[in-house]
Design a protein around this ligand. Structure first.
Ligand code: ADP
Length: 374
């Protein structure tokens, strides 16, 4: 918008008319004081300022508004009888410009200058926008880089722990074999196997992350019975966590068309988290139901729970609740992978939790997920 400041009403009206005919939005002020009030309230691209006015003259007005942040980009064209006196009011104009036109006003020249200032204004606004976007991008990348560094150090540590255990068991095995102590050999082998399984799971998760990143996470969908899948998962999880009772409720008779192994991965992740983050408890509930052609699976524990402000982050890549991270091993990628699998089946994931009381993680997918939601 352009602000015309002139104490002569005829000048105001005629200038306004010409500029409006050429498509500019125009505001007017008939004194320096009124102009100042308007500049505080509105943002102007350009002010056309009469120099000779009673009360505050044009130069004084320009001086006064030079400090306003709103007027930092505003250009000023003085309408004066002579071109002298412009030097002393140049302070404070960062990207706005200053120019003058002598009276009587040549409308063609005025229009030319107005158009130029508008073009400069548009260009500088675009530059500022680009600069802001770039700064945001730099900040985002720096944050991502920091997260990645953190992740690499956690991942190396997580991988090293089972590896060191396996090395230890192999050394013990050597001694037990030398002694011909077969029962001990078997025990060590079982323990080494457990650590190798852990290592295998960690590496599988890392591979999944890189598949997601490169768009190579593919699904093989077929019909399967979700009740049977749940029963088999519960049996396997119970075997490795015999102290936990996993109580299943609900029943879905219809077959589900989805990637069975990937859905299993999500449920296993929910269940192992429910056990991991609930030390000292012995019960986990799992429910399956059908609602409007969608299968809903929820896993409820009575463990440490999650604060409300942290709940929205748990499905983010590399996110781990800081206060509890030191007490539990993990990479902070299981839920991210789960959320991605469910999203690509056209479903959603979520969590309800009360800190100190427990959490309920759930997902829903359509009975038939024909298309991948990318
Ligand atoms: P990980 O368990 O390897 O850290 P996840 O992606 O599975 O990674 O989980 C991300 C974070 O969410 C965990 O670090 C933990 O802080 C929190 N979390 C997940 N499941 C639960 C749960 N059942 N109870 C409390 N906190 C949980």
């Amino acid at each position: 918008m352009i602000l015309i400041v002139d104490d002569t009403p005829e000048n105001l009206i005629s200038l306004k008319k010409v500029l409006e005919i050429h498509g500019f939005e125009v505001d007017t002020a008939s004194s320096g004081e009124e102009a100042l009030k308007k500049v505080i309230k509105n943002a102007y691209v350009l002010i056309i300022l009469d120099v000779q006015m009673p009360g505050m003259d044009g130069f004084e007005v320009a001086e006064a508004i030079s400090g306003y942040s709103k007027a930092k980009e505003t250009a000023i064209i003085f309408l004066s009888a002579a071109s002298t006196g412009l030097n002393f009011i140049t302070k404070g104009y960062s990207s706005g410009g200053l120019d003058y036109i002598t009276k009587p006003v040549d409308m063609n020249i005025l229009l030319l200058k107005v158009k130029t200032f508008y073009r400069i204004y548009e260009q500088s606004r675009k530059l500022i926008e680009i600069q802001e976007a770039l700064m945001e991008e730099i900040e985002f990348r720096k944050r991502a880089e920091r997260k990645k560094d953190e992740f690499i150090s956690i991942a190396s540590h997580e991988l090293k722990t089972p590896l060191t255990s396996v090395k230890g068991y192999v050394q013990l095995l050597e001694r037990s074999i030398d002694k011909g102590d077969i029962p001990t050999v078997k025990r060590h082998l079982e323990k080494a196997q457990l650590q190798l399984d852990k290592l295998n799971d960690l590496i599988a998760d890392l591979l999944d992350i890189s598949k997601i990143e490169s768009g190579k996470l593919k699904f093989t969908k077929k019909n399967f019975n979700i009740n049977m899948l749940l029963d088999s998962i519960i049996e396997i999880i119970h075997q490795s966590n015999p102290e936990f009772r996993i109580i299943k409720t609900g029943h879905v008779a219809q077959e589900v068309f989805a990637d069975e192994m990937r859905i299993e991965q999500v449920i296993v992740n929910f269940l192992t988290n429910a056990i991991k983050y609930a030390p000292g408890t012995t019960e986990v509930h799992i429910n399956v139901s059908l609602e409007a052609d969608r299968v809903i699976v929820s896993v409820k524990d009575f463990g440490i729970g999650i604060h409300p402000e942290q709940q929205k982050n748990v499905f983010d890549k590399f996110y781990r609740v800081e206060e509890t991270a030191i007490h539990f091993q993990g990479l902070g990628i299981g839920l991210y992978i789960s959320a991605e699998i469910i999203r690509r089946h056209g479903g959603t994931v979520g969590v309800n939790s009360t800190f100190g009381e427990g959490s309920e993680f759930y997902f829903n997918i359509p009975l038939i997920s024909m298309t991948e939601q990318d």
